[in-house]
Design a protein around this ligand. Structure first.
Ligand SMILES: [Zn+2]
Length: 385
């Protein structure tokens, strides 16, 4: 599970004068097999080593790099789980004892970058698409807490519920004793809910949850919610009728995933509706490959949306970065254009390089009717551009 702290650490990392290796690996088994993943990495390392030989690296820099490459190859051979993760991003700076691995539910474009800085932008663009969800399950005595992020679940239920007397078994004469016991229980329940709410609020600052799912008996949940902080209340996306500890972690995960998928899909569908309206109304939105390509070539994409698993070969000019569906000579700088496996990957890269955002869209939305690609633009494109 990628933690918020891990990302903070990443953004704050300084290698000083040592090189940092950033490796992006496509491990989508629907497109590559395990041997190909290993060979791709080996080839990329070889290419970088040749380039680096021409540079004046200090002994310390060389030693750090050598160790980075060794660790990477070792990782790909022994620790890779492409069955579960379609992409991996790994950062290494051995001289600084820095090593971070990000397994991703999305494929990434293969790349191996050696630079004084971490090549973090494509990773941040991917992480940007995912939200952290907290799943809280409560009753009058107990509470469970899970975190969902990028399809993975973490159990944070190490919360000790205060002792609450069990069910009232004996009623005293005329119900007097019953009333007293009942009041006593009410007090405990109130304190328990208050405690769980405070706990959630404190943890929230550290975990940066974006949304909440509440589990509990439906008739009981409103009492708990009375104690919740406004911020949390506003971010509850669904309530589930379930008692604490009645589901195992896989059931919790399946339920959370289903809710999350539905919620995210609805959000994306709203964005696509807006995209279509905007594209009709003015020129600050592009729909379909041709208009998105044009926007990409102008560095004009603010937010790119692409249907998952779309692939289309295309051309890129290595001189100026111009992208095209079928040009052989670059119309901008006149260089011969190179054939690329996937134009969609290149458009994503272009968007990210120009600091734009990117969302992967599931199949079956209206975007499919526009070739599976659309973008919100930064500035209007004149009609005759
Ligand atoms: Zn060019």
């Amino acid at each position: 599970m990628v933690t918020f702290q891990q990302i903070q650490e990443l953004v704050n990392f300084r290698s000083e004068d040592l090189p940092v290796v950033s490796a992006y690996l496509n491990t989508d088994l629907r497109r590559v097999n395990k041997d190909q993943i290993r060979i791709t990495l080996k080839d990329m390392i070889k290419a970088r080593e040749e380039e680096l030989r021409a540079q004046d690296l200090t002994h310390q820099q060389q030693a750090s790099l050598k160790e980075d490459f060794k660790k990477l190859e070792n990782f790909v051979t022994t620790e890779l789980f492409p069955e579960e993760n379609r992409g991996y991003v790994i950062f290494s700076c051995s001289g600084k004892d820095f090593w971070q691995v990000y397994p991703l539910p999305q494929r990434v474009k293969n790349a191996l970058i050696v630079d004084p800085d971490i090549y973090v932008r494509p990773l941040l663009a991917i992480l940007n698409q995912f939200h952290r969800f907290a799943f809280v399950i409560v009753d009058q005595r107990r509470a469970q807490l899970f975190e969902m992020y990028m399809g993975k679940i973490e159990d944070y239920s190490h919360l000790i519920s205060p002792d609450v007397p069990g069910k009232v078994r004996y009623a005293g004469w005329y119900g007097l004793e019953e009333k007293r016991v009942h009041r006593h229980i009410e007090q405990h329940v109130h304190e328990h809910y208050k405690r769980v709410s405070n706990f959630l609020f404190q943890l929230m600052n550290r975990h940066k949850w974006d949304y909440f799912i509440l589990g509990g008996k439906f008739h009981e949940l409103p009492r708990f919610e009375k104690h919740l902080h406004r911020y949390i209340l506003d971010r509850i996306i669904e309530r589930v009728d379930v008692e604490p500890f009645s589901w195992d972690i896989n059931r919790v995960k399946a339920s959370a995933l289903e809710i999350e998928t539905r919620f995210m899909r609805e959000r994306l569908e709203k964005m696509i509706d807006l995209l279509i309206t905007d594209a009709k109304k003015d020129h600050k939105a592009a729909l379909g490959l041709e208009s998105v390509l044009q926007a990409a070539n102008m560095g004009n994409i603010r937010l790119l949306m692409i249907e998952e698993d779309r692939v289309l070969p295309g051309y890129e000019c290595f001189g100026c970065g111009f992208l095209a569906i079928r040009n052989t000579i670059c119309p901008i700088c006149g260089e011969t254009m190179q054939q690329m496996d996937d134009l969609f990957d290149e458009i994503i890269e272009n968007t990210v390089n120009f600091n734009g955002d990117y969302y992967q869209v599931p199949r079956g939305t209206l975007l499919g009717e526009f070739g599976g690609i659309g973008a919100f633009l930064r500035f209007e494109v004149p009609e005759e551009a």
